[in-house]
Design a protein around this ligand. Structure first.
Ligand code: ZN
Length: 322
């Protein structure tokens, strides 16, 4: 009905209009409820922490051990490498020495002992032993052994060529090749100038494998094969004297340490002659009387000394040891 007062019951009954904001709002967040860890959980955590720490410790220890092991392996590999080098070096040295001695053996009986310095080879073998743990020194020893071998091979080649060829086409060279086996050689030149005294031939100490024969003297009509042989053998005796000092020292006493008398005796022994005098007929009515050497003819016992000397001269192969 219109114009009438609403009743109280109606007012209170009116709901707040929709959408009207509240005068104020307060958000209250309540603290979480307090939780208390149980003793069992703490114990478990402690055990876990201890185990974690232990695990970490073991990890570090394993890492250190691994590092040590790697270092040891590296060191051992280095040592193995060095050992391999040493073994290789020893094998190379051994092979070089074997090659040297095999070559030396082919020169067994060479009449000139000094051409094959086997004492040096013995010293080298000893050095190889001393240097067995020093690769660089051992490599130098190996090179030395190879150098010695090369020298011997060159020598053997030269000796063979000398023996096989008579380059001067002379009777004297034939005599020398037969006596020396090619180890000595001869040249025809001005022997007096080389020897600095009047001589039909001579040998100098610094080149004692080469005999100098006087070209003019050997072309003289008084020189025949007998004289050429005697002079050549006398000079070859000097080659042997120079090349075999030890054996020569032992033998020279029988000749009063006179190398010339000894050389004459060698020639006379080889020729089985008991005189140094010789007559050469130039025609049916003209001749030359020649006296060779130094005027003394050695006796039978001195010829025995010469034979012993010749047997003892030269290179006699024997193995070397360290
Ligand atoms: Zn002489």
């Amino acid at each position: 009905m219109m114009g009438s007062v609403p009743s109280r019951a109606e007012v209170t009954a009116v709901p707040p209009s929709v959408g009207t904001p509240l005068a104020s709002e307060t958000l209250v967040i309540a603290p979480p409820p307090k939780r208390t860890a149980s003793p069992a959980l703490i114990a478990v955590l402690i055990v876990l922490a201890v185990l974690l720490a232990a695990a970490a410790g073991v990890g570090v220890w394993l890492f250190l051990q691994l590092n040590d092991a790697n270092d040891t392996i590296d060191q051992q590999q280095d040592e193995i490498g060095e050992l391999n080098d040493l073994i290789d070096g020893k094998e190379e040295f051994g092979a070089a020495m074997q090659g040297l001695m095999d070559t030396a053996r082919t020169l067994d009986g060479a009449p000139l002992a000094d051409l094959v310095p086997i004492d040096d080879y013995t010293e080298l073998a000893h050095l190889g032993w001393v240097h067995r743990r020093t690769p660089t020194a051992l490599a130098a020893d190996t090179a030395r052994a190879e150098s010695y071998r090369s020298d011997l091979e060159q020598l053997a080649g030269a000796v063979q060529a000398e023996r096989d060829a008579n380059t001067t086409g002379s009777y004297a060279e034939g005599v020398l090749d037969a006596a020396s086996g090619g180890y000595a050689s001869l040249v025809f030149d001005d022997a007096s100038a080389v020897c600095q005294r009047e001589a039909l031939g001579c040998v100098t100490g610094d080149q004692h494998r080469t005999i100098h024969l006087d070209a003019a003297g050997f072309a003289h009509p008084s020189m025949d094969d007998w004289g050429a042989r005697l002079v050549t053998l006398h000079e070859y005796a000097h080659v042997l004297q120079f090349s075999n000092p030890d054996a020569t020292d032992a033998a020279a006493g029988a000749f009063g340490d006179d190398w010339e008398f000894m050389a004459d005796c060698y020639a006379l022994t080889e020729m089985d002659s008991w005189t140094l005098d010789h007559r050469v007929w130039e025609s049916s009515y003209a001749y030359w009387d020649v006296s060779y050497g130094y005027g003394r003819v050695c006796d039978a016992s001195q010829r025995d000394v010469i034979r012993t000397w010749v047997a003892e001269t030269g290179f006699h192969y024997h193995p070397v040891s360290q």
